[in-house]
Design a protein around this ligand. Sequence first.
Ligand code: PEP
Ligand code: MG
Length: 591
Amino acid sequence: MAEASNKGQKTFRGIPVSAGVCRGKILVLGRGRPSVAKRSVPETQLPEEVNRLEKALIQTRHQILDVQRKVSNLMGAQEGSIFDAHLLVLEDRTLLDEVVRVIQCEKVNAEYAFHTVAERYASSLAAIADDYLRERATDMRDVTSRVLNNLMGVETEVDLRNLKEPCIIISHDLTPSNTAQLDKRHVLGFGTDVGSKTSHTAIMARSLRIPAVVGLIDASSQLESGQYALLDGFNGVVVIHPTDQTWFEYGQIISHQDSLQQKLRDILFQPTVTLDGHRVLLSANIEQAADAAEVKANGAEGVGLFRTEYLFLNREHPPGEEQQFKAYREAALSLKPLPLVIRTLDLGGDKFLTNMQMPAEMNPFLGWRAIRFCLQERDMFRQQLRAILRASAEGNVKMMYPMISGLDEVKQANALVEECKTELRSLNQPFDENLEIGAMIETPSAALVAPSLAKRLKFFSIGTNDLIQYALAVDRMNEKIAHLYEPTHPAIIRLIKLTVDAAREQNIWVSVCGEMASDPILVPLLLGLGVNELSSAPALVAPVKFLIRRLKLSEAQELAQFALSCESAAEILGRCQDLARAIAPSLFEDK
Ligand code: PEP
Ligand code: MG
C-alpha cells in the first residue's frame, strides 16, 4: 500500500521478513509474462501433446534438482530441502492425471491444460486461511511457471545470477527458486507484493541475510525499474525517491544496525550469564535434523525443542523407525556434546499428515492432537519412541511429550517407553538407560497439576504459544483476536510461576521453548520467575544472549515480583519494556 508524501517521496508499507536496510536502484521483475493461449488440437495429435507435457515435466525435474544441488552446496541441506516440496508437485498424480484428462477431453494444448488445472489448485490452496497451505500455493506456482516456460520454450526473463549492477528487486512474487539464485553481491534487497513471514521465500531471505519486505500489495505495478529506493527490512517499508531528511534518518539507522550486528557478533560465543553471575542455558528450536548443524553457529548451547512432526509432513507415507532413528541420530551427532531435546509427535491442530484420514474437527486445537493422537495411534508412537531411544545411545538426547493435560497421559506414555526399552534390550539395541523424559507445559491443567507431574518427570518445558492460547481461550491463528493474545496477562504469569515452583520442589529443571523465549523484552520476566533454560528461534539467540549479559538477576526478580502482584497485562508489559530498553537500548533503537 502506497502513501504519498512531500517532494515526491512515496512510501510502501508491507511485512518485514528479513532484517536490514539497503538503498539503490530498483529492478522490477515479473512484468509482461507471456500469456498462455488456448489452442484446439486435432484428435490424432493429442498423444503428442501428452508427450510434450511429459518431456517438460522431466526437464523441469532436472532443473529443480540442479537448483537444489546448488542451493544445498551453497547454503546447506535445510535450504536445499525446500525444493523437495517442488519435486512433490511434479509427482502429484491427481494433478497430472487431471491435466491429461483436460488435454484429452477438451482437445487442447498441453500448456493451456497445465496452466488451468495448476492455477485452480494453487488458488484453492491460497484461499485457505492457513500459512502453511498458502505457502504450498507459492510452491505450486513456482513449479507451474517452470513447466510452462519449458513447454513454451521461454527462457527465464532475467538471469538473477548475472545481474550487471547492484539493485533492489521488486516483484509481484518471488519464488523460492528465484530467491535461491539471487546473487548477494548484486541484490541489495527485495520486496514482493505477496507473501508472509513464514513463507519459504522469507526463510531464504533470512538465511541469505538479504533485507526483505513482503506483502507490499501492488508495489510491483506502481514502481519502475531505475527509480531510487530505500528498503527497510526492520520495519517493512520501501521508500521511493527518499527526501534528504529520510536519507539522513536512515543513514543513522544503518550505522546503528551495523554497530549492533558487530556487538552481537562479539558476544555470539560468550557464555549466557547475567551481570551478577547467574548462568542461563540458552538453546535453539529446530524443525529438521539438518538444522542442528547451525545451532552452534547461532551461539546456542543445544536444542531445547526439536519439532519432530515436520519429518512427517509433506510426504506420502510417515517415516518408519529406521528413517526416524537416522534423523534423530544425525541431529544428536552434530550437536554432541550439547543436549538435544526431542519432542514426540505433535500432529493435529494445524499440522496434518498428507495421507492419513484425520477426521475434520470443530476445534482441532482442542481435539485429536499431539500426545492424545499418539496414545491412540500406538504403533506409530512406539516406532517413534524406539527411534528416539536408539538415538539416545549417543548420550546427549532428552525426550519430551507435547500437550500433556494430566497425569494419566504421562503415566501411559511412560509405560509405553518402558515397554519399548524392554523390546530394545531383548534385541541388544543400545540406548541411554538414564534418558531424561520431560513434558511440555502448554495447557493450564498441566500447570495446575505440575506438582504431580514433577514427581514422574525430569524436566518441564513451557510451551507458551499454546499455554497462552489455551489459558486465555484465544486461538493463536486468528488475527481478529490477536490483541487478546497477551503473554504478560497475569494468568500466564501465575501459571508459569506454578510450574516453576512445582519443578523446584522436586528439583527438576524448567525451560521455556515458546516464542516468549525469543522476545528480548519478555526474557527478564521469565528468568525472574525462575526459569532455568530458554530455547529461542535460532535467529534470535544472539539478541537474547546480548540482553541477558546486560541484565542482573536481581532486577529480573524484582520485575517478576511486580508482575505477580499486578492486575494489568499492559502494565506488566510496560515494565518489561522499560527494563529491556534501559539495559540494552541498542537492541531497540530502530524499532
Ligand atoms: C508452544 O506451544 O509454545 C510450542 C513451543 O509448541 P508449538 O509452537 O510447536 O505448538
Ligand atoms: Mg505447542
